[in-house]
Design a protein around this ligand. Structure first.
Ligand SMILES: *Cc1c(COP(=O)(O)O)cnc(C)c1O
Length: 366
């Protein structure tokens, strides 16, 4: 629906009427490499463990879930402590239905001033700002989309946002920001510095959770959607100072995280070693696909995530995107002219992707 089509009687907020709903196309394809999902399904033993647990929990679905998801938050704290040698506990973690809900809660609680993020980045940050009536400021990047931390610091000092967003590794570019750069930005940021680390497990760069002790206004968003192959379960979380977590409780809906979700996520955390071995495979595949793309004469942005942004083809992005879909390969047109993004799939999917792309480029160049 576009602006003109909303019926007059509908008392829709004015700020929403020009918007269209978020949506990467969900279409059938031989290889779906468009939403940075993990291509590996859960192992049969993990599926069995989740099924057994859900069976148990089903017996008490007449009761509301633990409103504060304490067991899950404790387990997430232990996971982060193991990954980053920190000493968080459940009071430093908030959990919700995907990190998108975490982002929404941050805006609801802290969006009184304006918010700033460095574009291009995750498109949901400005979109959720809009929905929560938080003024959004587009911060800038270099022409190659890398983040210039000095100019980022200047922008933050000039605009004084209540919420500053930084995505590391960044979506859609894949760039990870060094801890020392994030520290520079944290030192200048007046409100909260929100570091969206949806792809942290795919990166070599140390997590910003290690900065929270020194900078209590640094808050880190993580998700089980990507590294943990858990996109369908919807579990995202926030790592932060206890005061930030206490504020999340003011804006969350009561019983927001179902008993089924909480228990399934706990089981998945028990299988973290198995799940993280899949991440290691994807990191290897990323390097393989990146060099194959470079061999085709394309430019690939350095990526620490489970996707690659590439350029150097001559057709418009939308045409190459369609030509790939015609060959059964669904990738992402992220709205950057001359660029396309592909998610790292299984070895077989990546081969299909590379074959289809070789075909398209040969046609383009003939
Ligand atoms: C995928 C993604 C998310 C959303 O994750 P959910 O936990 O599935 O809501 C958040 N931030 C970034 C940068 C992402 O790419």
């Amino acid at each position: 629906m576009s602006q003109a089509q909303w019926p007059e009687w509908l008392p829709l907020r004015q700020s929403l009427s020009p918007l269209s709903p978020y949506g990467a196309p969900q279409v059938d394809a031989d290889a779906s490499l468009n939403t940075n999902e993990n291509p590996f399904p859960l192992s049969p033993s993990l599926v069995a463990a989740i099924s057994a647990k859900v069976g148990e929990v089903a017996a008490s679905l007449n009761r509301y879930p633990d409103r504060d998801a304490v067991a899950l938050r404790g387990a997430l704290a232990q996971y982060i402590n193991k990954q980053s040698a920190t000493d968080f506990d459940d009071r430093n973690i908030w959990a919700a239905n995907g990190s998108n809900e975490i982002i929404q809660s941050l805006f609801l609680a802290f969006g009184e001033g304006c918010a700033l993020g460095f574009i291009p980045s995750y498109s949901m940050h400005p979109l959720i700002a809009r929905v929560t009536s938080t003024p959004w400021i587009d911060g800038s990047r270099r022409d190659d989309f890398s983040l210039n931390i000095e100019s980022a610091v200047e922008e933050v000092l000039r605009e004084r946002p209540g919420l500053t967003f930084i995505t590391s590794p960044n979506n859609p570019t894949g760039e990870a920001i060094s801890l020392s750069s994030i520290e520079k930005l944290a030192a200048a940021t007046p409100g909260l510095l929100v570091v969206d680390e949806a792809y942290a497990e795919f990166s070599d760069i140390e997590s910003a959770v290690t900065l929270i002790k020194k900078f209590p206004h640094v808050v880190v968003i993580r998700t089980m959607s990507k590294a943990f192959s858990f996109a369908g379960a919807r579990v995202g979380y926030l790592v932060a100072h206890t005061a930030v977590i206490d504020a999340m409780k003011l804006v969350r809906l009561p019983y927001h995280l179902s008993s089924l979700t909480q228990s399934a996520a706990l089981v998945a955390l028990d299988f973290q070693d198995e799940l993280l071995s899949g991440v290691a495979q994807l990191r290897q595949q990323r390097e393989f696909v990146a060099s194959a793309l470079r061999e085709m004469g394309l430019d690939v942005l350095p990526s620490q995530a489970n996707f690659l942004l590439f350029t150097g083809f001559s057709s418009p992005s939308a045409d190459l995107w369609q030509a790939m879909l015609d060959r059964g390969i669904l990738i992402r047109d992220v709205g950057l002219s001359g660029y396309l993004r592909t998610t790292i799939g299984t070895g077989a999917e990546n081969e299909k992707f590379l074959d289809a792309l070789r075909e398209c480029l040969a046609k383009e160049r003939s």
